[in-house]
Design a protein around this ligand. Structure first.
Ligand code: ADP
Length: 300
């Protein structure tokens, strides 16, 4: 059903009381090493919701590669189209300052996810009902994805990379940035604050795609590409302990519902419930819910 073209990382997650200042050394309260990366997280999230998922990505030839491949396979993600590259697997240093994280990523093998690599996996993309991309792998590959994939194409433009070519954005069906990434894509000096500013920023890019802008505990804003009214979807009131993976599970939830034929707004409501569960649990992949763990819509 779903192909994810994106990053695969090993996350070194350090539990810190505060983010250190420049030049400062601090002690972490705990450490965890686990599979992560936006691509891998979104793939695992969709698999946990019951989708058949294949991953197009790359890992290194180090011990981290075995760790992340084993984990993806255990999540039920097909890794046959993941390349093994000489060198290190992508690595993220996650400073977890409850409930938010500050992250530094080294691309490592993820840099090998080029347009050429995507074209070599064209058969996989042609069979997909939906393809999900992010910006943790080379941007140049996105053109090859939209040129090849006949199904639904979704871009989560994270992490922010500055404005992208208009004609590239226009070829995606759905774009799912957070508030910061939207401001960055729009080339705006400040991130959009109010819902009106968020809507204006999405419409200013005017790609014709549908937009769902995630707003943390403010929920999300659905901005239809056909010029229809924007609709705010509030977040679920939950006790958030760790928002890592919230955006990734939100994207997976959207794809999941859209593949079931749900209209965009209904898909955003489902994604909101999926993401809410994710924030109540620790870790990235560990926190992703299975379908039967998503709360009923009542009160949503
Ligand atoms: P990202 O992690 O990519 O920055 P957001 O922080 O916007 O993405 O979160 C994505 C979605 O997760 C939000 O649209 C919302 O539905 C849900 N979410 C995030 N934080 C919370 C929270 N504190 N409580 C409830 N839901 C949340």
């Amino acid at each position: 059903d779903v192909v994810v073209v994106g990053s695969i990382n090993v996350d070194l997650r350090l539990d810190v009381a505060a983010i250190p200042r420049s030049g400062e050394t601090i002690l972490a309260r705990g450490m965890q090493r686990a599979a992560g990366g936006k691509g891998a997280n979104q793939a695992a999230a969709a698999a946990r919701l019951g989708r058949r998922v294949a991953m197009v990505g790359a890992v290194g030839d180090d011990d981290a590669a075995a760790l992340v491949l084993r984990r993806l396979a255990a999540e039920g993600v097909d890794t046959a189209t993941v390349a093994r590259e000489p060198g290190s697997t992508g690595t993220a240093i996650v400073l977890w300052e409850r409930p938010e994280s500050t992250i530094v990523v080294h691309a490592g093998a993820n840099a090998a996810v080029t347009a050429e690599m995507v074209r070599e996996r064209a058969e996989t993309l042609r069979r997909a009902r939906a393809v999900l991309c992010q910006l943790e792998t080379p941007v140049e590959a996105l053109g090859a994805v939209v040129a090849t994939a006949p199904g639904l194409t979704i871009l989560n433009p994270a992490p922010a990379q500055g404005p992208l070519p208009h004609d590239l954005l226009a070829r995606f069906d759905l774009i799912v940035p957070n508030r910061f990434e939207l401001g960055n894509l729009a080339g705006a000096p400040d991130e959009p604050r109010t819902l009106a500013e968020v809507e204006a920023a999405a419409r200013s890019i005017g790609s014709g795609a549908d937009w769902v802008v995630t707003l943390g505990d403010d929920g999300s804003l659905v901005v239809p590409g056909d010029g229809g009214d924007a609709v705010h979807v509030p977040a679920l009131p939950v006790d958030a302990v760790d928002t890592t993976g919230a955006g990734d599970s939100f994207c997976a939830g959207l794809v999941d519902a859209l593949l079931d034929g749900a209209p965009l707004l209904e898909a955003a409501r489902w994604a909101t419930r999926v993401a809410a569960v994710t924030t109540t649990r620790h870790g990235a992949m560990d926190s992703l819910p299975r379908r039967d763990e998503i709360p009923e819509a009542a009160g949503a």
